[in-house]
Design a protein around this ligand. Structure first.
Ligand code: RB5
Length: 147
C-alpha cells in the first residue's frame, strides 16, 4: 500500500522508526517531512499528508506529533480526509471499522514504538464495516459541502 507519512519535530524520531517498520511490512512510504528535530509547525505536514490522501496520491496517511491531536485537527480541515487520533490497537481498528479513517494520527511522545506499530497494523488490516457506518461518514462529507 502507498502511505504518506509526516511529522513535526516532536514526532520526527517515531516517524523515522515507523517508516522502517512500514517498509519492512512491504508498504511504499512517502515521507513528506519534517526532516530534522528543529522546531516546526505541525499543520504544514498535516496539510501535505492530507492533500496526498485527498488527491489519491497515497491510499492512507500517517501523522505523528507530540500527541497526535494537533495533526488530526489540521488534517480534518482537508476535503475527503478522516483523520483519527488513536491510543491503542483497539481504537485504531475501530477507526477503520466504523469511521473509515484514512489518516492515522499518533503521539510521538506518549506511545512506545511497539504500541505505535501495533496500532498501525490494526488500522491497516481492519476493513471498513460499511452499512450504518457508511451512512454516518456520508453525513460527515455532507457537512464539508455545507460549511
Ligand atoms: C509540539 O510541542 C506539540 O505541541 C505538537 O507536536 C503537538 O503535540 C500538537 O498537537
Amino acid at each position: 500500500m502507498k502511505i504518506a507519512i509526516g511529522s513535526d519535530h516532536a514526532g520526527f524520531k517515531r516517524k523515522k522508526e515507523l517508516i522502517t517498520a512500514l517498509s519492512r511490512m512491504g508498504h511504499r512510504v512517502v515521507d513528506v517531512g519534517c526532516y530534522s528535530e528543529d522546531s516546526c509547525d505541525y499543520p504544514d505536514y498535516a496539510k501535505k499528508v492530507g492533500r496526498a490522501v485527498s488527491l489519491n496520491r497515497a491510499e492512507r496517511g500517517i501523522l505523528v506529533c507530540g500527541t497526535g491531536i494537533g495533526m488530526a485537527m489540521a488534517a480534518n480541515k482537508i476535503k475527503n480526509v478522516r483523520a483519527a487520533v488513536c491510543w491503542n490497537a483497539k481504537t485504531a481498528a475501530l477507526a477503520s471499522e466504523h469511521n473509515q479513517a484514512n489518516v492515522l494520527c499518533l503521539s510521538g511522545r506518549l506511545l512506545s514504538l511497539n504500541e505505535g506499530e501495533k496500532m498501525v497494523q490494526a488500522w491497516l488490516k481492519t476493513e471498513f464495516a460499511g452499512g450504518r457506518h457508511l451512512r454516518r461518514i456520508r453525513k460527515i462529507a455532507q457537512m464539508e459541502q455545507e460549511a
